[in-house]
Design a protein around this ligand. Structure first.
Ligand SMILES: [Fe+2]
Length: 225
């Protein structure tokens, strides 16, 4: 196993440090695999750019917005506080969503694409008929997202049912209700354009080959009990 992977496993999920004046800032979480480990489904070039540039930019701008929010609140400047909400939602959502997305994927040799077992497998059969039906539904709905956004498999905390939802831009799944994200697929062009050009359906066909259903199953077990 590459040194990077070993280091990553220890640091993934931290992504946050406390600054001396009490303001929280967020940092880029390492990937739990090498950039090229998802090939040929997703190229190493895409993964590196997506992680190092796109995700990092969301974090940088999120931290900047939070600092501005802190100052606006200190000054009691309500209009500045309100003005910052869209930047916080967009960049904070980008950080939240991508942090989930990296964990939703895993190399084939580490179980990528292996169908879900256990409770999640049963729940998928019950709520969607079969795994193939679910994948088809998510791929179709993901392809139909206008502009940029995400398609999600979520757990409704109230009904305990699985749901497929889409969100626009960087809206996290929580903006759609009491939903816990099990899987999120990024359908922004930056997630596939370098490899798949404008053919989003091809990207959505191949991403299932590196899907980490084991991770989704663990979240499901934790959240559905
Ligand atoms: Fe992205």
């Amino acid at each position: 196993m590459a040194l990077r992977s070993l280091v990553s496993r220890k640091t993934l999920g931290v992504g946050l440090k406390l600054q001396f004046r009490g303001l929280q800032t967020f940092t880029l979480p390492d990937l739990p695999y090498d950039y090229g480990a998802l090939e040929p489904a997703i190229s190493g070039e895409i993964m590196q750019l997506h992680h190092q540039k796109h995700h990092q930019t969301y974090i940088t701008n999120y931290n900047k917005s939070l600092e501005q929010l802190h100052h606006a609140m200190e000054k009691g400047d309500s209009s500045a506080v309100v003005k910052l909400q869209s930047a916080i939602k967009f960049n904070g959502g980008g950080h939240v969503n991508h942090s989930i997305f990296w964990k939703n994927l895993t190399p084939v040799q580490e179980g990528g694409g292996e169908p879900p077992h256990g409770n999640l497998g049963w729940a998928i059969d019950e709520d969607f008929g079969s795994l193939d039906s679910l994948i088809k539904k998510m791929s179709t709905e993901g392809a139909a997202v206008q502009g940029s956004g995400w398609v999600w498999l979520g757990l409704d905390k109230e009904s305990k049912k699985l749901v497929v939802e889409t969100t626009e831009n960087q809206d996290p799944l929580v903006t759609k209700g009491p939903l816990v994200p099990l899987l999120g697929v990024d359908v922004w062009e930056h997630a596939y354009y370098l490899q798949y050009k404008n053919v989003r359906p091809d990207y959505l066909k191949n991403i299932w080959k590196v899907m980490n259903w084991k991770y989704a199953g663990e979240v499901y077990d934790k959240e559905s009990s």
